[in-house]
Design a binder for this molecule. Structure first.
Ligand code: FMN
Length: 186
């Protein structure tokens, strides 16, 4: 059995999402210490503070899923030089009611892919800002800004063999990040 469960949050709801593809391909490169579970954000209502004391079942389920994890992997596209609204919506839901955030203390890693040359860099930077407010320790290095060109994914969905080692190294660093926080918590 894997030692640590990682919740995967993809910031795109699109069926053919390159970020979903990236998440799936990355998971295949992870060491056996990690297991992964998708955390669904597609059924969440739009956040409304009036509902804080009566959160929807989908919100409660997401918060329970986050709490059950040892760490989080965010995989996000960039929308208009920031993170997509669906991801921000999920972050806000998980942070409330005040004092009952599900995010606090969960170590996280961020990756992201876009069709543009900047590879989601600005979305990731904005996400780091928000996660720091939510008391989520985010791995700083290595950073991963993925520009998806036509050769990035192989037919199988795997990352192109010539670039795979870089992502394997990222996964190893992420695993150490999770382990380090688990030790500090113990
Ligand atoms: C509303 C919207 C805004 C976008 N803004 C950016 C952007 O600021 N930077 C960028 O590199 N790509 C941008 N794109 C293009 C995305 O990189 C591209 O659609 C990508 O495939 C989205 O990720 P996904 O495939 O995981 O859904 C934007 C796409 C949409 C739909």
């Amino acid at each position: 059995m894997s030692a640590y469960q990682i919740g995967v949050i993809v910031g795109s709801l699109r069926l053919e999402s390159i970020n979903r593809k990236l998440a799936d391909a990355l998971i295949k490169l992870a060491p056996s210490e990690l297991s992964f579970k998708d955390i669904a954000i597609d059924k969440l209502p739009l956040y409304n503070q009036d509902d804080d004391n009566n959160q929807a079942a989908s919100v409660k389920a997401m918060k329970a899923a986050i709490r059950a994890c040892d760490g989080l992997l965010f995989v996000t596209p960039e929308y208009n030089r920031s993170l997509p609204g669906v991801l921000k919506n999920a972050l806000d839901h998980g942070s409330r009611p005040y004092g009952q955030s599900a995010w606090a203390g969960k170590p996280a890693g961020i990756v992201g892919a876009s069709l543009g040359a900047m590879g989601s860099a600005l979305a990731q930077q904005h996400l780091r800002n928000i996660l720091s407010c939510l008391n989520v320790p985010v791995m700083c290095q290595p950073e991963v800004y993925v520009h998806v060109d036509q050769d990035f994914f192989e037919e199988s969905g795997d990352i192109d063999a010539n670039r795979r080692d870089f992502f394997k190294t990222w996964m190893q660093a992420f695993t150490q990040w999770i382990e380090q926080h688990a030790v500090e918590k113990a």
